[in-house]
Design a binder for this molecule. Structure first.
Ligand code: ADP
Length: 546
């Protein structure tokens, strides 16, 4: 029997509708930016929308055509927001580029994406000068500043953002097209091999924004004043610049100033109610708070993800500062929200310690993201919170492949995407990452998860940051080595730390040794670069073997 077609309007979900809505119903709501030179710039959704339309007209005048990729190398700011909306709105693809990548990777990415124009902050003009000789298709570079701020440059075809848009109409009629059209492009960091592009659609972005707004996830709503800390060049700042206009939440952009003091100043002065960032950023904020005895203003809740939120961080934020923590997990390939750590109704009546155990997990299944764990043969494992295996996901904002089909077919025959993470799932839907598959320590035929060990070490007051890696062992194959950056002024010893693990983890998981370092290597997205650590310690001989 043929299916019966509905009689509901088939209106495509387009990104332009988000900013249009915010301007119409929340036009006076503020968008605040700390600029590169530290000034505070204030504007509104209404004003941003007008300028977005000016930019849309300017893009057309420059010769940008539907489907063209337009790169951005920029900090979080109102202008970056305008570029997000104008590029996607006219049918181009907003390609956000992470300036922290190596020069060779930047060249690769810009050429691979075939960016036609680049929007760059004035502080990145020098960087683009270094790349320019190798850039193949870039027709123009727009420096995101006023005419007076335009830096001297050797680059050809440069435009000043403000001069470019000023001559254009602040009215633009947004085209209506298929919601599955590509809207933005974001490359994964590519710690191994070349970065790969994730190409989002208008539909996936709008659906993801609804998800991010729901109370069981980030819950971004009209009353919020949102501090957008996650860079707009990393997984679209976790989708927040799209989600906030959906409710007209106030947005505050910190520009390049991501140190504890600068962020706290914004949290206090802008009445920030919610925010999202990786653990290293919260670490900076907490260290600054400890030093100054300050508080977190009216901040209600924060999302922590990107790497595991150390349990001590969750506790400190909640107990000492009264800020609710939502531990979240996701990846660039997932737009990026995958799970969020708001507790379920029944979990709220559990004893506090058990609630904390749940919050240590990476969150729980949300509508729109199907999850399962499988063994190496693809056989599904039980959802008992104990068995761990390769985490697979499926859903309407999850990548089906990479740009230009790099990496070939990535989905299995049932459409599941392999996350590369190893996890447990329980019957309630709570998910816990034990490791990235490539970081798992294989000891005596069993797996040791480095995250649990790092979480334990982070509980020790003498530890500022740490990582656990596998080093080779003739009998066990690999054994865990704990690499520690001491807290300023701490003299914690190897012996004390190893003793600290007793009773806190399985005995055979306890690291064989501890080494102290001045700092840990990080990826451009703020994660500990374990590939580098493993290389650095490749010849390390454990004391028991020397
Ligand atoms: P990158 O480009 O740095 O790999 P992604 O944000 O795409 O950036 O990284 C996604 C990966 O980050 C996940 O597959 C997972 O390994 C890790 N990750 C994200 N959130 C968490 C979390 N809360 N706990 C542990 N790991 C996490």
């Amino acid at each position: 029997m043929p299916l019966l077609k509905s009689l509901i309007q088939a209106q495509p979900l387009l990104i332009s509708s988000l900013i249009q809505y915010a301007a119409q119903y929340h036009g006076e709501r503020e968008i605040v930016t700390r600029t590169i030179n530290r000034d505070i710039h204030r504007t509104t959704y209404a004003e941003v929308y007008k300028r977005t339309q000016q930019l849309a007209n300017a893009l057309e005048a420059l010769g940008a055509e539907p489907g063209d990729r337009i790169g951005t190398i920029a900090w979080n700011s109102f202008r970056h927001l305008e570029v997000y909306y104008a590029t996607s709105g006219v049918g181009c693809v907003c390609h956000t580029i992470n300036p922290r990548l190596f020069v060779e990777q930047l060249i690769y990415i810009i050429n691979h994406a075939e960016d036609k124009f680049l929007f760059v902050d004035s502080s990145f003009v020098e960087l683009v000068e270094q790349l320019s000789i190798s850039l193949e298709g870039v027709k123009g570079i727009i420096v995101m500043c006023d005419q007076e701020e335009m830096p001297e440059t050797t680059l050809d075809n440069t435009y000043c953002y403000e001069s470019l848009i000023s001559g254009h109409e602040d009215r633009y009629s947004w085209p209506i097209f298929d919601e599955n059209t590509a809207s933005s492009l974001c490359y994964t960091s590519g710690t191994t091999g070349n970065p790969k592009g994730v190409l989002y659609s208008h539909r996936s972005t709008v659906l993801h924004s609804w998800c991010a707004s729901s109370p069981d996830t980030l819950g971004i709503c009209n009353n919020d004043s949102l501090l957008v800390i996650v860079p707009m060049f990393h997984a679209n700042a976790w989708g927040t610049p799209y989600a906030a206009p959906m409710s007209g939440a106030k947005m505050v952009f910190p520009g390049p100033h991501l140190d504890g003091e600068s962020l706290l100043e914004l949290i206090e002065q802008e009445d920030i109610t919610c925010s999202a960032a990786v653990p290293t950023v919260w670490l900076g904020i907490l260290q600054y708070l400890k030093k100054t005895n300050k508080g977190l203003g009216i901040l209600e809740r924060v999302a922590i993800g990107g790497t595991a939120a150390p349990p001590i961080m969750i506790r400190t934020l909640q107990e000492e500062y009264g800020v609710r923590v939502c531990h979240a997990w996701g990846m660039t390939e997932m737009s990026p929200l995958g799970t969020t750590g708001t507790l379920k109704k029944d979990s709220l009546s559990l004893p506090k310690e058990e609630q904390y155990k749940l919050q240590e997990k990476q969150g729980r299944g949300i509508y729109g993201v199907e999850m399962k764990i499988v063994d190496d043969d693809g056989v599904e494992l039980p959802r008992d919170g104990v068995a761990f295996g390769n985490l697979m996901v499926r859903g309407p904002w999850i990548a089906s492949g990479y740009f230009k089909r790099e990496g070939g077919e990535v989905l299995d025959s049932d459409g599941w995407f392999p996350t590369g993470d190893v996890a447990t799932l329980d019957a309630e839907g709570y998910m816990q990452i034990t490791d990235r598959a490539k970081d798992v320590i294989k000891s005596g035929g069993e797996w040791i998860g480095s995250i649990e060990l790092e979480n334990v070490a982070m509980e020790h007051v003498g530890v500022a940051e740490c990582a656990v890696i596998g080093v080779s062992h003739p009998k066990w194959d690999e054994r865990p080595l704990l690499v520690v950056v001491r807290e300023a002024g701490s003299k914690v010893t190897q012996e004390e730390l190893l003793k600290f693990f007793l009773g806190r983890t399985a005995k055979w998981w306890i690291p064989d040794d501890v080494v102290f370092v001045e700092e840990l290597p990080h990826t451009p997205t703020g994660k500990v670069l374990k590939t580098k650590l493993r290389k650095d310690f490749a010849a390390y001989v454990l004391p028991s073997l020397s």
